[in-house]
Design a protein around this ligand. Structure first.
Ligand SMILES: *Cc1c(COP(=O)(O)O)cnc(C)c1O
Length: 430
């Protein structure tokens, strides 16, 4: 705090508003780097492996550059993410390409650029990879995405006999086994192991152990059936982060515990089933960038509906953060220009979009705010900017990185011209 103002990365939020305006996405660069190192260094305890930053959480050139500098990999889920990573100089070998329905064009671009791994989510896709790789005289390393029948939800995991998911091949209905047999017959596709991802915002470490055990049991079954043993295992991401009161506020040690629990389960499973210890990959997204980001807004209209609620309207909304609309996600707000005052009332933070459901949150505790005050919404680093839209033709706000008291623009805000850039007026409409 500085003069009662919220600070981040050594910068006073009121100064940031003066320099960049609002709405504004602000990222603490050092916090991102330290999380990347935490995952990287903890994985090194296991042995061979790689951390892929799950870039769908927050994708722009600067974040790929940071991941590159920290020596980790990146997971991408579309041609657009792949393009952004490559144009930031990200080494293709350290990219893992995901997607439940990769387009022929995306498959081609991935193989042409030389991505290190692709995660196969359908047999047709594997055959397409085979054709494209063969045409270029390449062999593409792939992992098979399997669904072990464990779904983790925050504080609990459920074991589902018949998983209902658009992702992966089900272990329980035999489709995963069938896929292994089909992939092993391909020549320009080299199956190196299995990928699984059991959910997001997971706080229960046992979930990671239960899933690993199931995947290794499947691997043992495949070893018996096809003499195929995985060289690699990709355990996905999903490590939870704090958003609001009631969420555990995990520290570095807790993330280490998540990983060590996973390492332990893999060690035990491999011993039990006589499998060699695979190279390990993890894909944290939210836990790398979530808490490093905040969004700054300026308070505009205030509307109190007696006996119902008080709306505080801000200059952003669902176009920069659609997560309340999508999942009723909880957030914490702070009055950044009077951060030393105690909260005195509960308000609903409303966006400026023409949509009643356009809220950032409800029942958020704040000091009594007035027009012009500066609001910071915390933990907006993941799945905010990456989910932004131009709804109501609002421009996507700029993104800055702050570090040691300095702010650097890494994504400039969209102008009206940017928003209308792809619009055309064909003959007859001019
Ligand atoms: C979304 C996703 C991740 C990252 O999940 P987080 O909850 O952000 O850590 C990792 N791997 C896969 C396959 C995903 O779909």
């Amino acid at each position: 705090m500085n003069k009662g103002h919220l600070t981040i990365g050594g910068c006073d939020c009121e100064d940031l508003r003066k320099e960049f305006g609002t709405p504004l996405y602000v990222f603490d660069e050092e916090m991102i780097r330290s999380r990347m190192r935490l995952f990287r260094d903890t994985l090194a305890e296991y042995g061979e492996g790689i951390v892929y930053y799950a870039s769908k959480a927050f994708s722009c050139k600067a974040i790929y550059a940071v991941a590159r500098q920290e020596g980790i990999g990146a997971d991408v889920v579309s041609g657009g993410e792949l393009y952004t990573a490559l144009s930031a100089g990200f080494p293709a070998e350290r990219i893992c390409m995901h997607g439940n329905n990769k387009l022929p064009r995306e498959i081609r671009e991935a193989i042409e650029s030389g991505v290190g791994r692709m995660v196969v989510d359908s047999v047709e896709e594997a055959e397409e990879i085979e054709r494209e790789a063969a045409a270029r005289g390449k062999v593409q390393k792939v992992l098979l995405r399997i669904n072990p029948g464990v779904e983790a939800h925050t504080h609990a995991y459920v074991q589902t006999a018949t998983p209902d998911s658009k992702f992966g091949f089900s272990v329980s209905n035999g489709s995963a086994k069938e896929a292994v047999s089909r992939l092993l017959k391909l020549k320009n596709v080299q199956l190196t192991g299995y990928h699984y991802h059991i959910g997001s915002q997971i706080f229960e470490k046992e979930s990671f152990a239960v899933a690993a055990e199931k995947v290794l049991a499947f691997a043992a079954e495949m070893k018996d059936a096809f003499s195929f043993e995985p060289e690699e295992l990709n355990a996905g991401g999903g490590f939870g982060v704090w958003y609001a009161a009631g969420d555990p506020d995990l520290k570095d040690g807790d993330y280490r515990t998540f990983l060590r629990t996973l390492f332990g389960a893999i060690g035990e499973g491999c011993a039990r089933y006589g499998l060699k210890k695979p190279r390990l990959m993890v894909e944290p997204g939210r836990s790398v960038v979530g808490q490093a980001g905040i969004t700054l807004y300026t308070v505009g209209a205030i509307k109190e509906i007696p006996g119902v609620r008080k709306y505080l309207a801000i200059d952003g909304g669902m176009f920069d953060n659609p997560r309340y609309c999508l999942y009723q996600s909880k957030y914490t707000a702070v009055l950044a220009n009077r951060a030393d005052e105690e909260p005195t009332e509960l308000v609903s933070l409303a966006g400026k979009c023409c949509e009643s459901g356009d809220l950032i949150g409800v029942n958020m505790a704040l000091p009594k705010a007035k027009r012009g005050d500066l609001v910071a919404v915390l933990t907006t680093g993941a799945y905010n900017y990456s989910m932004a839209s131009n709804y109501n033709r609002n421009g996507v706000p700029p993104v800055i990185f702050v570090k040691n008291g300095e702010a650097r623009l890494v994504v400039r805000g969209q102008t009206y011209e940017d928003i209308a850039r792809c619009d055309l007026l064909p003959d007859g409409l001019k």
